[in-house]
Design a binder for this molecule. Structure first.
Ligand SMILES: [Zn+2]
Length: 136
């Protein structure tokens, strides 16, 4: 990951209004990570997936794509190639939640992702809404 991209993510993180973050009913797990040489380990990856109620492979696919790197699950941890700080990973988890978890209609996290042909939909169990996911 380039320095510039990392800076961009940091700035994006700062732009999240504190008010909205504190009003969230759904708490996004905070990543616990450390950088070892050229790699970054996220220790609580399986816990994050459990709290988000998402398939670890789905989340890993999203993260590696956004971080433009490779990663592999190792037990309850995930190991990424490259150096990424907590804030970067944290920001990406927020992006993931906005796109793949929080229902855009009722703002609740009681959703699941379903695939139809090439398209992904967010099905909300709380309000019954079916929203298309604009996946890059
Ligand atoms: Zn809903």
């Amino acid at each position: 990951m380039s320095k510039q991209y990392s800076k961009y993510l940091e700035r994006a993180y700062e732009k999240i209004p504190k008010k909205i973050a504190s009003e969230e009913r759904f708490e996004i797990p905070v990543p616990s990570s450390a950088i070892f040489g050229p790699k970054t380990i996220v220790y609580n990856f399986s816990e994050i997936c459990q709290k988000m109620n998402r398939d670890p492979r789905q989340l890993l696919k999203f993260l590696t794509k956004e971080m433009a790197t490779a990663g592999s699950v190792d037990g309850t941890r995930v190991i990424f190639q490259g150096k990424f700080n907590d804030q970067t990973i944290n920001q990406l988890l927020h992006t993931y939640c906005d796109r793949f978890i929080i229902c855009p209609i009722c703002k609740r996290p009681d959703t699941r992702v379903e695939r139809e042909d090439r398209f992904l939909f967010l099905i909300c169990d709380a309000c019954g809404a079916k929203s298309s996911i604009t996946s890059p």
